[in-house]
Design a protein. Structure first.
Length: 139
């Protein structure tokens, strides 16, 4: 069973009181994966509100790395990646491992060769992501 990592800005949205921007797209993607496919996923927003109060830096990085290693494909929301060193770390990690990174949204950072070369595909919307997964990873 393919396991997806749902990457994207979280702490920045939390710090600007817009945490819904980190949760809504993940909820949509995970619901669609559950509805249409036999996939599993890691959603770092689960327990985020509790963990952000107690976790130290080492715990956060080690948790991320554990799930990055366990997952097969990353789905990443490009919104605010310039304000999300954790998301950049995740994208670089998958790029270095030559694991697929399915990105959606817009960011000028995708013009940077280090980011661009880590992304397998850049799609416009989260709906496009579901269609892409259906076309390429549902066999």
């Amino acid at each position: 069973m393919i396991k997806f990592y749902l990457g994207g800005s979280m702490s920045y949205h939390h710090s600007t009181n817009q945490l819904h921007k980190a949760t809504e797209w993940r909820d949509y993607i995970s619901t669609k994966l559950d509805e249409h496919f036999m996939y599993n996923y890691f959603n770092p927003m689960i327990n985020f509100s509790k963990n952000v109060k107690t976790a130290n830096n080492k715990t956060i990085v080690q948790q991320n790395q554990l799930y990055l290693d366990k997952c097969d494909i990353m789905i990443v929301n490009l919104e605010c990646i310039d304000k999300s060193p954790g998301t950049l770390y995740e994208v670089f990690d998958y790029g270095a491992k030559n694991k697929p990174v399915i990105a959606f949204g817009e960011s000028l950072w995708t013009l940077n060769p280090h980011i661009a070369e880590s992304l397998t595909v850049i799609l416009e919307t989260k709906e496009d992501v579901i269609e892409y997964i259906r076309d390429y990873y549902n066999q």
